[in-house]
Design a binder for this molecule. Structure first.
Ligand code: NAD
Ligand code: UDP
Length: 326
């Protein structure tokens, strides 16, 4: 039987690189395309000598040579994802969520490949419905500082649905909720790497606002399992419409800070800083749809996931420390 081939945009990123591992594990040949804006070659270093894996350094907003490749799947994961990263790269975020999504969908259409788009819980904005079901349309500020990301993702969802409706591309949209684990950039500003960095260096943990805002954290192996199940699914009821994949156990950010301090055994204290504009007050996925359609639910709770990530974060902190001294 012919080996199936997948293109992963953003393949050198945190999630993209784990997805490459997962796809290789399922027997795919994998091409990862990434311009290294927020990703790193270190994330795919372990795949360098795997003949089934290829890395192409490239901005996916521009057409690729993919036309010559025989592709069975296009998974569009390229985009800055951390609020700090997309604030710094606002225009790039809008570009990759518009031109990049069109290019990725065109590639899928031309190759007759299936297509998956990495969407986000940010599509729900600061949600008025809790927990968030896929049928909720969200509460997004279209011109605020987070809009470069939120609206790019909402636009990407619209283009994806249009390619499904007008061009019959076999599409999937995964709405990913706060995922963490090894290979996150230690300085990307997201809450778990930030708290790990601070706790492992004995600095005070910066809780924004009063820390009562909530998030629900999914360990990366659970997230990738859900994504691959959705990617591989067929003949699903509403399978082309978005599916939430995340862990529904909800924590306040203050609780999250305390868990990181406990996991690292740090003496750090907590300090409070200003809450960024439009920071969602609550977030928790309703995963009934994923359970029903995919038989999926997460297995790793926050305490275990933090322990599983600790070694990685220790190394990342040590390496960054060396870079800073050099
Ligand atoms: P990440 O920053 O680690 O990975 C994104 C990757 O995309 C990086 O390697 C970056 O260099 C690459 N990229 C950005 N613009 C590009 C371009 N124009 N051309 C080629 N490559 C480009 O972030 P992540 O957490 O791995 O997120 C991956 C995807 O999952 C993103 O689309 C993000 O929106 C989505 N997502 C992630 C989370 C999460 O909690 N991790 C939550 C919701 C959605
Ligand atoms: N946060 C915090 N301290 C930090 C980093 C983040 O209190 O050092 C908060 C942030 O304000 C938000 C939550 O943690 O309420 C999650 O932030 P993150 O940037 O990880 O992702 P978001 O879910 O907001 O996209």
């Amino acid at each position: 039987m012919k080996t199936r081939r997948a293109l992963v945009t953003g393949g050198a990123g945190f999630l993209g690189s784990h997805l490459c591992d997962g796809l290789l594990g399922e027997g795919y040949r994998v091409v990862a395309a990434d311009n290294l804006l927020t990703g790193s070659l270190g994330n795919i270093e372990h795949l360098r000598n795997d003949s089934r894996f290829e890395f192409v350094q490239k901005d996916v907003c521009y057409p690729g040579e993919w036309g010559t490749l025989d592709l069975d799947y296009v998974l569009h994961f390229a985009s800055p994802a951390s609020p700090v990263d997309y604030a710094e790269h606002g225009i790039e975020t809008l570009r990759v969520g518009s031109y990049g999504t069109f290019e990725a969908l065109e590639t899928a259409r031309r190759s007759g490949a299936k297509f998956m788009m990495a969407s986000t819980s940010e599509c729900y904005g600061d949600p008025a419905v809790h927990p968030q079901t896929e049928t909720y349309w969200g509460n997004v500020n279209p011109i605020g500082p987070r809009s470069v990301y939120d609206e790019a993702k909402r636009f990407s969802e619209a283009v994806t649905m249009a390619y499904h409706r007008y061009h019959q591309v076999d599409t999937r949209i995964v709405r990913i909720f706060n995922t963490y684990g090894p290979r996150m950039q230690i300085n990307d500003g997201r809450v778990i790497p930030n708290f790990m960095w601070q706790a492992l260096r004995g600095e005070n943990l910066t809780v924004y606002g009063d820390g009562s805002q909530t998030r629900s954290f999914c360990y990366v192996s659970d997230e990738v399992d859900g994504i691959l199940r959705l990617a591989g699914s067929s003949g699903l009821e509403s399978g082309h419409e978005p599916v939430n994949i995340g862990n529904p156990t909800e924590f306040t950010i203050l609780d999250c800070a305390r868990k990181v301090i406990a996991t690292t055994g740090s003496r750090s204290q907590i300090k409070f800083e200003g809450l960024p504009q439009d920071d969602p007050k609550q977030r928790r996925p309703d995963i009934s749809k994923a359970k029903r359609l995919l038989g999926w639910e997460p297995k790793v709770e926050l305490e275990s996931g933090l322990k599983l990530s600790l070694e990685y974060f220790r190394r990342a902190v040590a390496e960054k420390g060396k870079e800073k001294r050099a």
